[in-house]
Design a binder for this molecule. Structure first.
Ligand code: BES
Ligand code: ZN
Ligand code: ZN
Length: 509
C-alpha cells in the first residue's frame, strides 16, 4: 500500500491530516478536543462505535485538512497490542486519502489512561508496527495486464511527543524487517531458489556489516550435512546451509551503560535456526490433492530468521553475538530423489530410517542443530519451522507450537511474546514421544507409523540432535506463518511471524 513510510518530529509545516484517538466511553480529553472543535459532535455520530479501529473524520476550517478520529475500544481492555489493529485501520484509510504528512496525536488519549513515557514508547511501537505491517505491498509480479496501476504512495508520519516518536520509529523499523521476511516468503519458487536465498543473505550481510558463509556442494559432504544432501538431492537447485553472523561492536555495551562491552566479544552466541524449504512437493511421498499449493512458504522459518537478523543488525544491535543458520533445500522428485526406506547417518552419529520423504523439514533441521551444537558453542538455540500440518489442526492460526524445557529461555520468549503479540503455546517433550520415534533397523524414524501427535513427534525427532544441557526452543509455525484472510495489521498472505518475537527477545537480552 505504501512504498515507504518515514517518521519524524512534527515541524511547523501544517500536516495534511491529524490522527487522534478516543475510547469507547467517548469521554473526550481536553487536548484531543482542542485539535478541532467538531470532534465532540463527530464521535457521537452513528457511524462511530468507538470500537478498536472504528473511524470518523472531521474537516476543520483552520489547521489540518482532515482529522481522523479512531476508536480504542473499552478502557479496561486496553493494551498496546490493540494499537496494531487500530493503526492498521488508520493505514487503510490513509492509503485511500493519500494525505501526507500525517500527525499522530493519539498520545493525548493514552496519557489520560496510562501516563508514563515508557508506556507511550511501547504504544508508539505497536502503532508503528501496525502501520508498517498494513503498508506491506508486494507488486513485483504485477505485469502488463494488472488491474490497477496505482503506484503505492509515500507516507510521512510526524509527532510532537518524543516518547511516541521514538516508539513509532522503532515499530516502523520492526515492520520493515518483518516485511522483508514477507517479501521473501511471497517470492515464487521459480525465482526464490536455494541460490537466490543465499544471494539475498550475502546481500543482507554486505548491507549491514554481518558475515555470511554458504556451505554447499562438496563442502556439504565434507561437513556430513546428511539431511540437506539427501532432501535436496532431486532438485537441480542444490541445497545449502547459510550462516549469517552478527557480532556486537565493543562500544555498544558501554553506550548502554551496562559496562558489558568487554565481555561481549567472548560471549556465546544466540543461534537462530530456520527451516528454509524453497519448495516442498513431499518428494517421493508426494503431496496429494491440493496439499502442494502454497508450499513455496515452506521456507518461512528461514524467512523469519532472515528478517530477524535484519532487525538485529540494523536496529536492535544487542550486546550478544547472534548466528543464523538457514537450512535451505528443495524437496523435489527425480530418479535421484531420496526414498522412503533409505537410512541416513547424521553428523552426530544418529541413524535415521526414512519412512516418509514429506517429513523432510526435521532432516534438514537436524543438520543445523548438530552444527550449532558442535561448531557454535551456543548460549541457546531457537529453531523456527513450518514443520507439521498437525500443529495447524491443534492450534490454528492463533498460537505457534513451542517446545522448550529450559525455564530461563522460555521466560525470555514469554516476555517477547507479550511485547510482540506473536503468541505461542507450550507443548510437551517426553521420553514416551522419543520412544515413539524408534526404528526397527536404525536409531530413529523420521515419521512414526502411528497417526498420533505429529507436531510432538517432530519435536521429539529434533531432540535427538541437540546436546544435553544446551537451552533449546523449537517453534512450529505452520499455522501462523501466513493468513488466509485479512486479519488485524495483516493482509492475506505471509505474516513474517517470528521476526518481531526474535527481535524483541534480543532487544531485552
Ligand atoms: N511443510 C510441511 C508442513 C506444513 C503443512 C507446513 C501445512 C505448512 C502448512 C511438512 O514438511 C510436512 O509435510 N509435514 C508432514 C509430516 C508428516 C509426514 C509426519 C505433515 O504435517 O503432514
Ligand atoms: Zn513435507
Ligand atoms: Zn516441509
Amino acid at each position: 500500500m505504501f512504498e515507504k513510510i518515514s517518521v519524524g518530529a512534527a515541524s511547523r509545516a501544517k500536516p495534511a491530516a491529524v490522527v487522534v484517538a478516543v475510547f469507547k466511553d467517548k469521554k473526550l480529553d481536553r487536548a484531543t478536543g482542542a485539535v478541532d472543535g467538531q470532534i465532540g459532535r463527530a464521535i457521537n455520530r452513528g457511524e462511530f462505535s468507538g470500537d478498536p479501529g472504528s473511524v470518523v473524520e472531521t474537516f476543520p476550517e483552520k489547521g489540518p485538512g482532515r482529522v481522523i478520529v479512531v476508536g480504542l475500544g473499552e478502557r479496561k481492555d486496553f493494551k498496546p497490542a490493540v494499537l496494531r489493529s487500530v493503526a492498521a485501520a488508520v493505514g487503510r484509510r490513509l492509503a485511500g486519502t493519500k494525505d501526507t504528512p500525517v500527525q499522530i496525536a493519539i498520545h493525548h488519549a493514552l496519557k489520560s489512561e496510562n501516563g508514563g513515557k515508557s508506556a507511550l514508547t511501547e504504544a508508539g511501537r505497536a502503532f508503528g508496527e501496525g502501520l508498517g505491517l498494513i503498508g506491506w505491498n508486494y507488486s513485483r509480479f504485477r505485469g502488463s495486464a494488472a488491474k490497477n496501476n496505482n503506484k503505492p504512495g509515500k507516507l510521512s508520519v510526524v509527532s510532537d511527543d518524543s516518547a511516541l516518536t521514538a516508539g513509532l520509529r522503532a515499530g516502523l523499523a520492526l515492520a520493515e524487517s518483518t516485511n522483508i521476511a514477507r517479501d521473501l516468503s511471497q517470492t515464487p519458487p521459480n525465482i526464490a531458489t536455494t541460490a537466490y536465498i543465499a544471494s539475498q543473505a550475502r546481500a543482507l550481510a554486505r548491507q549491514t556489516g554481518m558475515t555470511c558463509r554458504v556451505i554447499q556442494g562438496a563442502e556439504l559432504e565434507k561437513e556430513r550435512l546428511e539431511g540437506l544432501l539427501n532432501v535436496g538431492k532431486a532438485s537441480e537447485h542444490g541445497p545449502c546451509l547459510i550462516r549469517l553472523e552478527y557480532r556486537p561492536s565493543g562500544r555498544r555495551g558501554g553506550s548502554k551503560g551496562r559496562g558489558r562491552s568487554g565481555g561481549a566479544k567472548a560471549a556465546k552466541p544466540v543461534v537462530l535456526v530456520g527451516k528454509t524449504m524453497v519448495y516442498d512437493s513431499g518428494g517421493l511421498s508426494l503431496k496429494i490433492n491440493n496439499g502442494m499449493v502454497g508450499m513455496k512458504r515452506d521456507k518461512d522459518g528461514g524467512c523469519a530468521v532472515f528478517g530477524a537478523m535484519h532487525a538485529i543488525a540494523t536496529q536492535i544491535k544487542p550486546d550478544v553475538p547472534v548466528v543464523a543458520l538457514l537450512s535451505c533445500a528443495e524437496n523435489a522428485i527425480s530418479d535421484e530423489a531420496y526414498r522412503p526406506d533409505d537410512v541416513l547417518t547424521f553428523r552426530n552419529g544418529v541413524t535415521v530410517e526414512v519412512t516418509n520423504t514429506d517429513a523432510e523439514g526435521r532432516l534438514v533441521l537436524a543438520d543445523a542443530l548438530c552444527w550449532a551444537c558442535d561448531r557454535e558453542n551456543p548460549a541457546c538455540i531457537i529453531d523456527l519451522a513450518t514443520l507439521t500440518g498437525g500443529v495447524v489442526v491443534a492450534l490454528g492460526a492463533t498460537f505457534a507450537g513451542l517446545w522448550c524445557d529450559d525455564d530461563k529461555l522460555r521466560a525470555r520468549l514469554e516476555r517477547a511474546m507479550e511485547a510482540s503479540g506473536e503468541r505461542w503455546w507450550r507443548l510437551p517433550h517426553d521420553s514416551e514421544y522419543r520412544e515413539l520415534m524408534r526404528s526397527p533397523i536404525a536409531d530413529i524414524l523420521n515419521s512414526a507409523p502411528v497417526r498420533q501427535a505429529h507436531p510432538i513427534q517432530g519435536a521429539a525427532f529434533l531432540s535427538y540432535f541437540v546436546k544435553e544441557g544446551i537451552p533449546w526452543a523449537h517453534i512450529d509455525i505452520a499455522g501462523v506463518h501466513a493468513t488466509e484472510s485479512d486479519k488485524g495489521p495483516f493482509v492475506k498472505g505471509p505474516t513474517g511471524w517470528g521476526v518481531r518475537l526474535l527481535a524483541q527477545m534480543l532487544a531485552e537480552w
